[in-house]
Design a protein. Structure first.
Length: 292
């Protein structure tokens, strides 16, 4: 998420006729027909889990697509003919400017990939059955939208001084773009968004917010990092709230909370994937990086 932000980074494919010697060379898992998934019984009496398991997969697809289409449409409505595809970043102490992809374009590409993922994703091996996983995953996925939601609510329903004060509190200012801190922030944000796009491009049919095993992704960024999307999201949040926004301890707490949620989600996904894929997952884990 993204940054916001998607949890499951893996889904299912038909295993080859002969077991290869290197288990990292191919994704492992048997395909799961939708009837098989629907026939599974929720392993909990919790009402939320009961409801979660009763909801069909098309419901999650519709909600995911609807959210990102609405939000993406709001973003696109702010485009104009002068919207740059590349922004030229002045680097302190240097005579030339560095071309950097416009962050608006990069963010919107991630949303398009998420929408594609929700439209095309295949069934998980098993639905999540832990309330804590659902709540934490949802919170971590949508936490980056909180400042935007607060600002939009103040602007459209309150207005006046409170809305202006919130904008001032955020403190984004184009006039500061030549400062070293802002130059680093812009570069970090661009790199982070490109990492996210790379991850989503390989993940696309396995998109999910909660930890669910679909396919063990071992190519592209997944050859290096177990959770590249989370890595990109954490870097992006650091760049935006600690370098580009006006400094305030609240943003430090905000970024820390977001990073904590993503690390927890990554750890849960690792457990789910190991249970689903066994030894191929353990071999892949040894070859890749993650924080915990």
């Amino acid at each position: 998420m993204l940054g916001g932000q998607v949890a499951d980074e893996h889904h299912m494919a038909q295993p080859p006729q002969e077991q290869p010697t290197d288990p990292i060379d191919v994704p492992y898992a048997r395909p799961v027909a939708s009837d098989d998934v629907a026939a599974q019984s929720p392993p909990s009496d919790n009402e939320l889990i009961q409801l979660w398991w009763r909801l069909p997969d098309w419901f999650f697809r519709a909600v995911g697509v609807g959210f990102f289409v609405i939000y993406g449409g709001w973003r696109v409505s702010r485009y104009d003919a002068q919207m740059p595809i590349v922004q030229w970043l002045p680097l302190p102490g240097l005579a030339f400017k560095l071309p950097v992809p416009a962050p608006t374009i990069l963010v919107d590409v991630t949303y398009l990939l998420i929408v594609a993922g929700f439209c095309l994703r295949i069934q998980p091996l098993r639905r999540v059955s832990d309330v804590k996983m659902i709540v934490v995953s949802m919170t971590g996925a949508f936490l980056p939208f909180l400042p935007i939601v607060i600002g939009g609510w103040l602007e459209y329903f309150v207005g006046g001084a409170p809305a202006d004060q919130w904008k001032s509190f955020l403190g984004f200012a184009e006039a500061r773009v030549s400062q070293p801190k802002v130059a680093i922030g812009v570069l970090l944000n661009a790199v982070a968004l490109l990492i996210e796009i790379w991850g989503y491009a390989y993940l696309v049919r396995s998109v999910s917010i909660v930890p669910e095993a679909r396919e063990l992704k071992v190519t592209g960024p997944y050859r290096l990092v177990r959770h590249p999307i989370y890595l990109g999201q954490i870097i992006a949040q650091i760049a935006v709230w600690l370098l580009l926004a006006r400094w305030h301890p609240i943003w430090l707490l905000f970024v820390g909370a977001f990073a904590t949620f993503q690390l927890i989600r990554g750890r849960w996904e690792d457990r789910v994937l190991e249970a689903a894929f066994g030894e191929p997952y353990r071999v892949w884990k040894k070859r890749t990086f993650w924080f915990v």
